[in-house]
Design a protein around this ligand. Structure first.
Ligand SMILES: Cc1cc2nc3c(=O)[nH]c(=O)nc-3n(C[C@H](O)[C@H](O)[C@H](O)COP(=O)(O)OP(=O)(O)OC[C@H]3O[C@@H](n4cnc5c(N)ncnc54)[C@H](O)[C@@H]3O)c2cc1C
Length: 433
């Protein structure tokens, strides 16, 4: 019996392979890189191991949490879970809100009403906006940009609250970002169960959170994983499905292409039946995420897991001492495109370090600064992109697509990737049965 072959060992490919292996299906995962994890992986920078970008999960990531449980990861050991609390430094005040132990969405209403650092008018506007969304069922008749959705909200509130939330979740600027996807995230995070809005910070590097435990689970359940194996072409003919790889040709009963869209296109483009699909994928843009890691003496701390900024380059600062015991190490996150993309890494690192020095004048200078820039971190989640995201099934019955860009309804996130992989696996298991 030919195996199912999964191309790509990011979180989508790992989720699909895990589900298939758990169901006793013969499965093989091929990954071109030396390590698993894809766009959510660990990197070693000089003396410390960090991630290719600081990742944050939320309590609403049900498929991801289920996957971690399936592969035997102890959530408490892997993730630091905190009830929703946000702190954003505004020019003149610190916006702070935290959710009390009330049922959703009362916890959000309470958090906004009691937030400090907002004017009474901003507080009323934020609550009125949430109430309107709630009444509309978080649904729009047609997609618009988040900037249009926020029309009428005070400019300072947009800068301090909505813009940092939109960039953190959709990685797309307000003027372009899809309001429908943003509303879905707000609904899932705030309107169902209180714990959905919890913030979950990886306590260890990302490889230890998913990739390595998944590798063990998959191999223990009879699946095979080959890294450093690039798929160069898909062969689809009367013999069935095959893959030309750097290790030779491999036959498959089904193929799950779990790569980013920009890596899927060259593999799909040689097949005339997939022309419309390829054109659709080519319309999806991409957006960068930049993370600047700065190390200070171990005693330096933000005193909280994360702090946002409503002006300057740095959008969020994460204290890795608090979240993963790397004391004195901070991660400054810049989501989406912007003027920072024109700076070289050294200039960018210095500019971010200067911003931090202005915010914390008592701190000594950063001892080490390292920049990790992912130029194609996510697909661009712009208004109308929902319509252009493909389903898991393709016009060829044995060829499937998984990945954060497929039509999961979520922005490019770990949860979107995992959901797509699990769904693909379930569709194949149904077919095989
Ligand atoms: C810096 C950064 C920060 C982020 N922050 C967050 C966050 O805080 N929260 C959140 O939920 N999400 C975040 N994301 C998004 C999240 O990481 C992605 O949505 C998710 O990892 C995508 O997984 P995937 O499996 O769909 O794709 P990928 O991770 O891209 O996996 C595809 C895999 O396919 C492999 N591949 C490609 N071509 C071939 C080939 N021809 N042959 C074999 N293998 C191939 C690639 O090497 C890769 O490993 C962030 C992303 C980045 C980059």
């Amino acid at each position: 019996m030919k195996p199912v072959i999964v191309v790509g060992g990011g979180w989508a490919g790992l989720a699909a392979t895990t589900e298939l292996a758990a169901a006793g299906v013969a499965v093989r995962l091929l990954e071109s890189a030396p390590q698993l994890g894809g766009r959510a992986r660990s990197v070693t920078l000089d003396t410390f191991t960090v991630d290719n970008g600081q990742h944050l999960l939320i309590g609403a990531y049900r498929a991801t949490l289920r996957l971690l449980q399936r592969i035997g990861v102890d959530e408490q050991a892997a993730l630091l879970r905190e009830p929703l609390q946000l702190a954003v430094q505004r020019d003149d005040a610190l916006l702070q809100l935290h959710a009390p132990p009330l049922p959703a969405p009362l916890h959000l209403a309470w958090a906004l009403w009691h937030a400090t650092g907002l004017t009474p008018a901003e507080r009323r506007a934020a609550l009125g906006f949430c109430l309107r969304l709630w009444r509309q069922g978080f649904h729009l008749p047609h997609d618009i940009s988040v900037a249009e959705l926020l029309a009428g909200q005070p400019a300072g509130l947009v800068r301090a609250l909505w813009e940092p939330l939109c960039l953190a979740t959709l990685n797309t600027p307000l003027a372009q970002a899809s309001a429908q996807v943003f509303l879905r995230v707000l609904r899932d995070a705030f309107a169902q169960r209180r714990h959905d809005s919890d913030l979950l910070h990886p306590r260890t590097d990302l490889d230890q959170v998913l990739a390595e435990p998944a590798r063990h689970y998959i191999t223990r359940h009879g699946g095979q994983i080959t890294t450093r194996c690039r798929v160069k072409a898909l062969v689809i003919d009367t013999e069935g499905y095959g893959l030309v790889t750097s290790d030779g040709i491999q036959q498959a009963s089904h193929i799950i292409l779990a790569t980013a869209p920009w890596h899927a296109v060259p593999l799909l483009a040689t097949h005339p039946e997939l022309k419309a699909l390829v054109q659709q994928l080519r319309t999806l843009g991409s957006a960068p995420i930049t993370t600047v890691y700065l190390s200070y003496p171990a005693s330096i701390t933000l005193g909280r897991a994360m702090l946002g900024f409503s002006s300057g380059l740095t959008q969020w600062l994460i204290d890795r001492g608090i979240v993963c015991a790397q004391h004195g190490l901070l991660a400054a996150v810049i989501s989406g495109p912007g003027t920072h993309m024109a700076l070289d890494q050294k200039q960018l690192g210095i500019q971010v370090a200067d911003e931090i020095a202005r915010q914390f004048p008592d701190w000594p200078p950063a001892q080490q600064i390292r920049v990790v820039q992912e130029k194609r971190a996510t697909f661009l989640c712009d208004a109308g992109s929902d319509e252009r995201r493909p389903p898991n099934a393709t016009p060829l019955p044995g060829l499937w697509l998984a990945g954060d860009y497929t039509d999961t309804g979520y922005p490019a996130t770990l949860e979107g990737a995992v959901r797509s992989g699990v769904q693909c696996a379930h569709r194949i298991i149904e077919r095989l049965r």
